[in-house]
Design a protein around this ligand. Structure first.
Ligand code: URA
Length: 268
């Protein structure tokens, strides 16, 4: 691991074990194995908790993002500019009455990685950009540690408007907003989607199992044939830093998938 990545991980609060020179792989040209857990938590975790390897594509679970999520609304025919305008003026659910700004999403329109979060918070609602608060800084650091700056990915949310007091989105709001995300997925055509947090993962995948279960496997969005990696929400990681090590494992799995599907392309 290079020293910049090591520094980023340390800034994220992830303790990294770096193999000493002279170890078994010291001259092998392999990236040194790293164990970002500074304690016995991971080794003693029950085997059933361990996520499956990404290479086991046969284990991928098909998830039903509805293929017609965009067609009945006309959203499926929109290009980027029309889609952005449509989101900006959206009145498809009552959240339009309480929002300050819509939060369309940001990043590269041909990104290999599409990050899907839950919904804008207070700061995002003010600025009109996703993940700009402390959680966003952590997300940025995690992505940078992976080799992908914010400008190399596309970041969007299930909901484009902030639910009052940051409450969980209700199902009608999710369904009203779903066609926008579905169209963003179609337009970006990412190699891999990263769903952060329970709300994003459950709603994207149409799977109500808890996050710890959803993290265990690589899913596939049925209609788009795109793998989905599920990980913790960065706001949760700020509260539970011990789980950053597991999040790092998820991100490494994501990176393997991106490399397998697109040949990589990450830059710091
Ligand atoms: N949390 C999210 O899920 N998305 C944001 O944009 C900000 C916080």
């Amino acid at each position: 691991m290079d020293s910049r990545r090591l520094q980023l991980l340390q800034r994220m609060g992830v303790d990294v074990w770096v193999r000493r020179s002279g170890g078994a792989h010291a001259d092998s040209g392999e990236e040194p194995a790293e164990n970002p857990v500074a304690g016995p938590v991971e080794p003693s975790a029950p085997a059933a908790e361990a996520p499956v390897a990404v290479t086991a594509t046969a284990d991928a679970v098909a998830a039903p993002m509805p293929s017609d999520a965009t067609t009945s609304t006309g959203i499926g025919a929109m290009d980027w500019d029309v889609l952005a305008e449509s989101v900006a003026g959206c009145t498809r659910c009552p959240l339009c009455e309480s929002r300050t700004r819509t939060v369309f999403g940001v990043g590269r329109r041909d990104a290999d990685i599409l990050v899907v979060g839950e919904a804008p918070g207070a700061e995002e609602d003010r600025q009109g950009e996703p993940f700009v608060g402390r959680a966003g800084q952590l997300l940025d650091n995690m992505l940078r540690a992976l080799g992908y700056g914010r400008d190399r990915v596309f970041i969007a949310n299930m909901l484009k408007c902030r639910p009052p007091r940051n409450r969980d989105p209700d199902p009608q709001e999710v369904e009203a907003c779903r066609p926008y995300l579905a169209r963003q997925i179609e337009l970006v055509q990412p190699a891999v989607i990263l769903a952060v947090g329970r709300i994003a993962a459950q709603n994207l995948l149409g799977d109500e199992r808890p996050l710890r279960m959803l993290r265990r496997q690589v899913h596939t969005l049925q209609t788009h044939a795109i793998p989905v990696v599920v990980s913790y929400h960065p706001a949760y990681l700020l509260r539970s830093p011990a789980d950053k090590a597991k999040a790092w494992e998820d991100l490494k799995r994501l990176r393997e998938l991106v490399h397998a599907r697109s040949g990589g392309g990450g830059t710091e």
